[in-house]
Design a protein around this ligand. Structure first.
Ligand code: FRU
Length: 490
């Protein structure tokens, strides 16, 4: 279905109860509703926003267009949790209902200040000529969960040298001052990040552009994030317009990081290479927060802009990833599912096998929502791996190719197709004769952590409900495998 501009800018408040009920019914009939991931009740979810800990709870908001699987006028939807595992829907947080944000309450972040949760976000506005005027706004949530917008933007205009693609403030506090990075496009149509500072979250001063060693790296950088882990700086951003190279950059847009400490005085950052955060098909616009115990936790959007997905015909699209703890080890980020996710573990099963050029299944090793950890040791096999969500017609294949020293995720036969001009296999290099795969599988997704979080592949898959088989294989020789699996909610 083609959505007209008028339909995309229709507000939730302007449709009838029965229209909404019909939409909910349509979504409820979708076979691909997730069982333990954050997903929208109806319509489209995109970026995680305002990820924070306040008043004894984690708060995680997301970009939301309620009325269908398209990027229409965006709201902030609020979810909260005491343990990063069980999330409660807390309703709409920010409505695009004034001159501050008339054409969408776009992405932003949260920080605790004066015992309140300050949410800084981009108000997307357009004038009669449909020219975009981004404004950076503040909304404040109190302990009762009541959210009020400040009546005026805190950053009214785009500074000279940048286009109207100027959005997604991410705030932190350093030496008693607040700082915000904002994603921007220079007037020469290249992407970058700019820095603002504030003593009080109200008066903001443009400090300058962050000078990186990547002056021409795509045409827009969205959703920047800056933080330190044990004193080491990390700049995360989502660049658009990067061409594929080897195994990298095969999705429509990218998300990645550079390691380096930002000098807020000079806005310079002496950094290393850009690395993709995720090697899967569906990952974008991640955001991090610091947990009360000091862990740095990341959540991403399990989706990408401008792509169609099979759930579109059911009136909804996308979900968020599971929260991951990130650390720096040997000059790279490691990403591990937060330990609290062990609370999801249900019935445990174990299996081990010596595989010799064969495919094996184990009794009752199957499922559509589960966690599994599987370690392979290769003797003389050329490759080994796992197939999940298997039936006669369908399978999702994870392979370690020892000859090429690569991991592959193949969703060619995973079920209904997402946009496939971007290919159906993702790969990354990995050395060694041992490999461990940790999988979180839900009705329509796979999050695959390779070798304790050295690489992650995050992907939607759309198999039928009956495709629940799990198989283990070795090709061209011997490999041993040990697997442990837990049901999740089944
Ligand atoms: C990233 C993004 C942000 C913007 C938001 C709008 O996916 O384009 O740059 O704030 O989505 O929903």
């Amino acid at each position: 279905m083609q959505w007209t501009t008028e339909q995309r800018y229709t507000r939730l408040e302007d449709i009838s109860k029965s229209e909404l009920a019909a939409l909910k019914k349509q979504v409820g009939g979708s076979p691909w509703r997730q069982t333990y991931h954050i997903q929208p009740e109806t319509g489209l979810l995109n970026d995680p926003n305002g990820f924070s800990f306040y008043n004894g709870e984690y708060h995680l908001f997301y970009q939301w267009f309620p009325l269908g699987p398209v990027h229409g006028i965006k709201y902030w939807y609020h979810t909260k949790s005491k343990d990063l595992v069980h999330w409660e829907n807390a309703g709409i947080a920010i409505r695009p209902d004034s001159d501050l944000d008339s054409h969408g309450a776009y992405s932003g972040s949260g920080i605790v200040h004066n015992d309140q949760l300050y949410l800084m976000y981009t108000g997307n506005t357009r004038d009669e000529q449909w020219v975009r005027h981004p404004k950076q706004n503040i909304a404040i949530m109190d302990k009762q969960g009541i959210i009020q917008k400040k009546q005026k933007p805190v950053i009214h205009e785009v500074p000279p040298g940048y286009t109207d693609h100027f959005r997604d403030p991410k705030v932190w506090k350093e030496n008693g001052l607040f700082y915000a990075v904002i994603g921007a496009q220079r007037t020469n149509l290249t992407g970058c990040v700019v820095l603002y500072s504030s003593p009080d979250m109200e008066t903001w001063t443009f400090e300058g552009e962050i000078k990186t060693a990547l002056p021409r790296f795509g045409y827009m950088w969205e959703c920047p994030d800056y933080f330190t882990i044990d004193g080491q700086g990390v700049l995360v951003f989502s660049p658009q317009g990067i061409a594929p190279k080897g195994d990298c950059y095969h999705n429509i847009y990218q998300s990645g990081y550079v390691l380096g400490n930002l000098d807020v005085e000079t806005q310079s950052i002496d950094h290393g290479a850009f690395f993709e955060l995720d090697r899967g098909f569906d990952f974008y616009a991640p955001q991090t927060m610091e947990a009360p115990d000091g862990r740095r936790i990341l959540v991403g959007w399990m989706g990408l802009p401008e792509m169609s997905y099979p759930t579109d015909s059911h009136g909804w699209a996308h979900c968020l990833t599971l929260p991951r703890e990130i650390t720096i080890e040997n000059g790279r980020l490691m990403q591990r599912p937060v330990r609290e996710l062990e609370r999801l573990r249900g019935v445990q099963m174990e299996a081990s096998a010596d595989l010799c050029d064969e495919v094996q299944t184990f009794d009752s090793f199957s499922g559509t929502a589960f966690e599994m950890i599987c370690s392979f040791e290769l003797e003389d096999a050329d490759s080994c791996g796992i197939e999940i969500r298997v039936s006669e017609e369908e399978k999702t294949v994870i392979t370690y190719d020892a000859l090429k020293q690569k991991v592959h995720l193949d969703r060619t036969y995973s079920g209904a197709l997402t946009d496939s001009p971007y290919g159906t296999v993702r790969s990354c290099s990995l050395a060694g004769d041992k490999v461990t795969f940790r999988l979180f599988v839900d009705s329509s997704s796979l999050e695959l952590f390779v070798n304790d979080g050295a690489e992650v592949f995050t992907s939607r898959i759309f198999p039928s409900k009956d495709s629940a088989g799990i198989r283990f294989f070795a090709k061209g020789g011997r490999a041993t495998c040990q697997a442990v699996k837990w049901t999740i909610g089944e």
